[in-house]
Design a protein. Structure first.
Lengths: 638, 243
C-alpha cells in the first residue's frame, strides 16, 4: 500500500488560513456570484438573489439567464464582450449522487447561437466549496493566464509556460505549481489555443465540456485554465431529512434494473444496444449496424480493457472506467460518444486503437463528436469519389485507416493543411471544399451524436429542436426504449410514445424530457440517474430542494422553471433568427430509408414534420416554432 | 510501547564481521534503526528478531500485528503453524499467563485502492456524519486521485495497535475505545499537532476552524464511509483470522 505523504502537509498549510464565511451564507447554494474582469484584473462578488434561484434553479438555468440578459445578443462570439459563464447547481458539493457537474456557457463560436456544455468530475463541487454558484469571465486578459480561485480570492497567474500543452499536462503542471493535489482544474488544450471551433473545456482530467466550442471561447479570453480550491462547507437546511432522502435515493439507484449494466459499462452499453436496434452510426450513418460490433462493444471494453470503475464526485453509480490497452497505456473513459465515434462511425474495429485515438482527441482538447464527424465525413466523400487526394494532403481516406485518423486529429489541432479547413467545423469545411454540404450531419451547425435518428424517432425530434443545435442531451427521451405502454398512455395520452419507431406522442415526450434534462442541468446533477433512470420525479426534487435550501420549492414551480429555461433558450434563438426552418435534420435521415440489415429500423426515414407540429403544440409555440405571447406570459417571460 | 536499544556488551570469542563492543542499533515501532557508519550482523539479528516485539510491548493490544506476545507463527506459508508460549509457575505448576488476555477479534478499516473510483463519497459521508455539513476538509478519510494514471490513494486511520498518536499525545487527549477506534477528547486537546507527526500513515489532518486533529472514530462501529462506498473499496473487516 502506497500512501502519498505530501498531501497531508498541504492540508496543514491550508488549515492555517482563516476561512471567511459571509453573513448571508445560504443552504445548498453558496450565495455568491463572482465576476472576473480579465482585462483590468479586478473582481467583484455579487449576492445571489431569490428570483434567480426560484426562476432558474442553478447551473444551466443561471447561465442561460445571464446569457440572455447580460451578453449583447448580436455580439461576435470571439469578441471581448462575449462573457463565459460558469455555474453549478444547489446540490453540487452535497452527497446527492452525481451532483458534480458544472455548466460552461456563452454565445457559441462554433454555431453562432447558444453555447452551453457541461462536465462531470469534481470541478463543480470545488467551485461551490470555493464559495461561488457562478463565475463570469468578462473581457480578455492581455497575456495568456490561468486563474486560481480559492476561498473568495482570485489570482491571475502567468501561463506562458503552459502554452500549447495538452489538457492533462496543463492540469498536472498547475497542480504541481500550486502544490496541492486536490486542486480541481478546467483546462483547454492546444486546439482551442489554435482557434479550432469545436474545442472544449476539460475538467478533472478528461471530463469534457466539449460541445459548442466553449474551449475556444475560453481561449479567446486568453485563459488557459481555471484552478479551484475551496474550503467553505456546503450546508443543508434540514440535515436529518436530507440524509434520509439520500439514503432512500441510493437504495433506489441500487435496486434499479439499469444499476448493474451501468456499473459495468456506463454509457458504452449503448454500442451493442443501438447496434441491436439498427441505429448505430456506422460509416457516417450509411448503415445502422456495424459488422465488427463485438470487437468494440461496451461489453468487450468492460471484459478486456477495464481496470476498475471511475466515478464523478459524490457518485454512487460510478459508470466511467480506467482502461488499460495492450501497450499498457492507461486512461479514463471513453463514453459512448468516444467509443462509437472512433469505431463504428469511422469504420475501425480495433478497440485498442479507438482508445488511443480517444486519448489523443481528449488531450488535444477536441469535441469527440465533431472530430469523428469530420473524419467520417471525409471518408464518405472519399468513398463516393467526391474528393481528390490533393484536397486532403494525400491522406488515405479508406474506412478505419488508423494513421489517417490520428493525422487528421493532429492536423485539426494545429490547423495544418486539411486540418485548417476542418477546424472551422464540418459545415464550413464542406463549403470550402465545395462538396458534400448535404452530407454534413449537423443541425444548426452542431454535429449530431453516434446514433442514427431513423431508428429512434424521439431522439430525432430532440436533435431537430435542441436549443444548442444537433444535440441529444437537451432532451434524452430514453423513455422511447421502455416499451411501457401503460405509462406512456398515462403520461402522453398514447401508448406509442414508449416505442422508438413510433411517431405518435413524441412531441409531448420530447417536451417532457427537455424539461427533465433542464432539471438535471440546472441541479447540475447527472442525466444518467435523473433523466434516463428517472430516479427522482418533480415531487422528489421539491422535497430534496426544500431539505437542502430551506426555501419553499414546489414541484409544479420547479417544472415550470425548467419549462421557462427551455423557452428562454428558444427566445434567444428566435432573436437570432431561428425558427421552424432551422428545426431540421440532415437530408439523409429525412429521405434515404435505412438500408437492409438494420433489423426493424431498415426501411425507416424520419417523418419530422408531424412530430414538429405535435411538439410545437405541446410547447405552446406557433407552427413556425415561435413561442406564443400566452406561453411567454404564463412563464413570466413577457 | 518501548523503544529497544540493542548493543554488543562483550565478545568472548571471535566475530569476523567484525562487531565491536559498544556497537548498537535501536528498534522503534516496527523500524530497525542502525546508526550511520555502524552495522549489524545478519545472523545475530536473525536469532534476536523474534524477541523484539515481545520485549517492546508494554501491554497487549488486540489491534497490534502481534496482539499477544505469547504466540508465534511458523514462517512457512503452507504451514501456518501457531506456537503458543504459556508461562508456568514452577512451584504451583499452574499456568499463570495463558496468552489469551485481550485476544478478542477486532475489525479495522481496510482499503483497496485497486477498487477505488475516486468519487470521494466516503469523504462526504464522513464530513456529514461528523459535522452535519459537506466539506472534504472535515473528512477523516481522504482520497487522492491521479487523473492521468487512474491511481487512487485512500488515506484513513488504520487503528494501529499501540497507536503512536495515542502514545505521543502529551495531554492524554487521545485514547482507544473498545472498538479499537482512536477517540479525541476535545476539551483536553492543546492543538500541538504531535499526533499528526507521529502517525505512520500521515492519516491525521486538522479541522480548519477548531484546529483539532481529525481522526477516524469508526462512527461508533458502523463507519459511514464503508456503507456508502459503491465498490467496496473500503471495508470494516479483518484480512483474515489472526492467530
Amino acid at each position: 500500500m502506497c500512501f502519498n505523504l505530501s498531501n497531508q502537509r498541504n492540508n496543514l498549510r491550508y488549515a492555517e488560513r482563516k476561512i471567511v464565511i459571509g453573513g448571508e451564507k445560504m443552504n445548498g447554494y453558496a450565495g455568491k456570484i463572482l465576476y472576473i474582469d480579465l482585462e483590468n484584473e479586478k473582481f467583484e462578488i455579487v449576492q445571489l438573489e431569490n428570483p434567480l434561484i426560484f426562476g432558474y434553479i442553478g447551473g444551466r438555468g443561471f447561465n442561460m439567464y445571464k446569457l440572455f440578459h447580460e451578453t449583447p445578443r448580436f455580439v461576435d462570439p470571439l469578441s471581448d464582450a462575449n462573457n463565459l459563464y460558469i455555474a453549478v447547481g444547489p446540490l453540487d458539493g452535497t452527497s446527492f449522487p452525481g451532483a458534480a457537474r458544472v455548466n460552461f456557457s456563452g454565445k457559441s463560436p462554433q454555431t453562432g447561437i447558444l453555447g452551453d456544455s457541461n462536465a462531470g468530475g469534481a470541478f463543480g463541487p470545488e467551485l461551490k466549496y470555493a464559495g461561488f454558484d457562478q463565475v463570469v469571465l468578462k473581457g480578455k486578459a492581455n497575456r495568456l493566464v490561468y486563474l486560481f480561485i480559492h476561498d473568495k480570492t482570485v489570482e491571475i497567474k502567468n501561463a506562458d509556460h503552459l502554452k500549447g500543452l495538452d489538457v492533462l499536462k496543463t492540469q498536472n503542471l498547475i497542480k504541481h505549481e500550486i502544490g496541492d493535489k486536490r486542486v480541481q482544474i478546467a483546462a483547454i488544450g492546444p486546439s482551442a489555443e489554435n482557434g479550432v471551433m469545436f474545442s472544449g473545456i476539460f475538467c478533472t482530467g478528461v471530463r469534457a465540456a466539449a460541445r459548442t466550442g466553449m474551449g475556444l471561447l475560453m481561449a479567446s479570453k486568453n485563459v488557459k485554465a481555471i484552478a479551484i480550491r475551496g474550503r467553505n462547507p456546503v450546508t443543508v437546511a434540514n440535515p436529518d431529512k436530507f440524509h434520509d432522502l439520500m439514503q432512500d435515493m441510493n437504495k433506489r439507484i441500487k435496486a434499479h434494473v439499469e444499476y448493474e449494466p451501468r456499473l459495468r459499462m456506463g454509457t458504452t452499453k449503448l454500442v451493442s444496444a443501438l447496434n441491436q436496434y439498427g441505429a448505430l452510426s456506422t460509416k457516417h450513418f450509411q448503415f445502422g449496424r456495424f459488422e465488427s460490433v463485438d470487437k468494440i462493444s461496451g461489453e468487450t471494453l468492460a471484459d478486456t480493457k477495464k481496470i476498475k470503475s471511475r466515478g464523478c464526485y459524490s457518485c454512487t453509480l460510478p459508470c466511467s472506467r480506467i482502461y488499460q490497452t495492450n501497450e499498457n497505456v492507461r486512461g479514463e473513459g471513453p463514453e459512448f460518444e468516444g467509443l462509437a465515434g472512433f469505431t463504428s462511425r469511422v469504420g475501425n474495429d480495433d478497440l485498442d486503437f479507438a482508445l488511443e485515438a480517444m486519448n489523443l482527441c481528449n488531450r488535444l482538447g477536441l469535441d469527440v463528436i465533431t472530430a469523428t464527424e469530420a473524419i467520417s465525413f471525409l471518408m464518405e466523400l472519399n468513398q463516393r469519389g467526391m474528393i481528390t487526394p490533393t484536397q486532403v494532403d494525400g491522406l488515405d481516406l479508406s474506412w478505419g485507416n488508423k494513421e489517417t485518423i490520428i493525422k487528421i486529429l493532429e492536423k485539426i489541432s494545429t490547423r495544418e493543411g486539411v486540418g485548417d479547413v476542418l477546424a472551422d467545423g464540418v459545415r464550413k469545411a464542406a463549403e470550402k471544399l465545395g462538396v458534400g454540404t448535404e452530407l454534413v450531419m449537423d443541425v444548426k451547425g452542431l454535429d449530431i451524436f453516434q446514433a442514427d435518428p431513423r431508428g429512434i424517432k424521439g431522439y430525432a425530434l430532440g436533435l431537430a429542436v435542441a436549443s444548442r443545435g444537433g444535440d441529444h442531451l437537451r432532451s434524452e427521451p430514453s423513455f422511447e426504449f421502455s416499451g411501457d405502454s401503460e405509462e406512456s398512455l398515462r403520461r402522453y395520452g398514447t401508448t406509442k410514445a414508449a416505442f422508438r419507431l413510433e411517431y405518435e406522442g413524441k412531441g409531448k415526450l420530447v417536451k417532457d424530457y427537455e424539461e427533465r434534462s433542464a432539471l438535471a442541468d440546472s441541479l447540475d446533477a447527472c442525466k444518467n440517474t435523473v433523466v434516463n433512470m428517472e430516479i427522482i420525479n418533480w415531487k422528489d426534487t421539491a422535497e430534496i430542494l426544500r431539505a437542502t435550501t430551506g426555501l419553499n420549492f414546489e414541484a409544479e414551480e420547479i417544472r415550470k422553471s425548467c419549462e421557462r429555461i427551455v423557452n428562454l433558450e428558444r427566445m434567444y434563438l428566435v432573436s437570432l433568427g431561428v425558427s421552424r426552418k432551422d428545426d431540421q435534420l440532415p437530408k439523409r435521415f429525412l429521405s434515404e430509408p435505412m438500408p437492409d440489415g438494420a433489423g426493424d429500423t431498415s426501411g425507416h426515414i424520419v417523418e419530422l414534420d408531424k412530430m414538429l407540429n405535435e411538439y410545437y403544440e405541446a410547447r405552446g409555440w406557433n407552427l413556425n416554432g415561435i413561442p406564443t405571447t400566452e406561453k411567454l406570459k404564463e412563464l413570466d417571460l413577457l | 510501547m518501548y523503544k529497544l536499544r540493542v548493543s554488543v556488551e562483550k565478545i568472548n570469542g571471535f566475530c569476523d564481521l567484525p562487531m565491536k563492543v559498544g556497537d548498537y542499533f535501536e528498534v522503534e515501532g516496527s523500524a530497525i534503526i542502525v546508526p550511520k557508519g555502524s552495522k549489524i550482523c545478519l545472523w545475530a539479528l536473525q536469532s534476536m528478531m523474534p524477541f523484539f516485539p515481545a520485549k517492546q510491548r508494554a501491554k497487549d493490544d488486540s489491534n497490534d500485528w502481534i496482539p499477544m506476545t505469547s504466540r508465534f507463527v511458523c514462517p512457512d506459508p503452507n504451514g501456518g503453524v501457531i506456537f503458543k508460549i504459556e508461562k508456568v509457575d514452577p512451584k504451583t505448576k499452574k499456568i499463570v499467563d495463558d496468552g489469551n488476555s485481550n485476544a478478542d477479534k477486532f475489525l479495522r478499516i481496510m482499503v483497496d485502492a485497486e477498487k477505488c473510483t475516486g468519487c470521494r463519497s466516503c469523504e462526504l459521508a464522513c464530513s456529514f456524519g461528523h459535522e452535519r455539513m459537506f466539506s472534504p476538509e472535515f473528512s477523516r478519510i481522504k482520497v487522492y486521485s491521479d487523473e492521468e494514471t487512474g491511481e487512487d490513494t485512500i488515506n484513513v486511520c488504520r487503528q494501529c495497535g499501540n497507536a503512536p498518536c495515542v502514545e505521543v499525545c502529551p495531554v492524554d487527549a487521545l485514547s482507544k475505545n473498545e472498538l479499537g477506534a482512536i477517540i479525541l477528547n476535545e476539551e483536553k486537546c492543546v492543538k500541538c499537532g504531535l499526533c499528526a507527526k507521529a502517525c505512520p500513515f500521515d492519516a491525521i489532518s486538522f479541522h480548519f476552524d477548531k484546529k483539532v486533529p481529525l481522526i477516524c472514530d469508526l462512527c461508533g462501529g458502523d463507519p459511514e464511509c464503508v456503507s456508502i462506498c459503491p465498490t467496496n473499496a473500503i471495508t470494516f473487516d479483518m484480512l483474515k483470522e489472526k492467530l
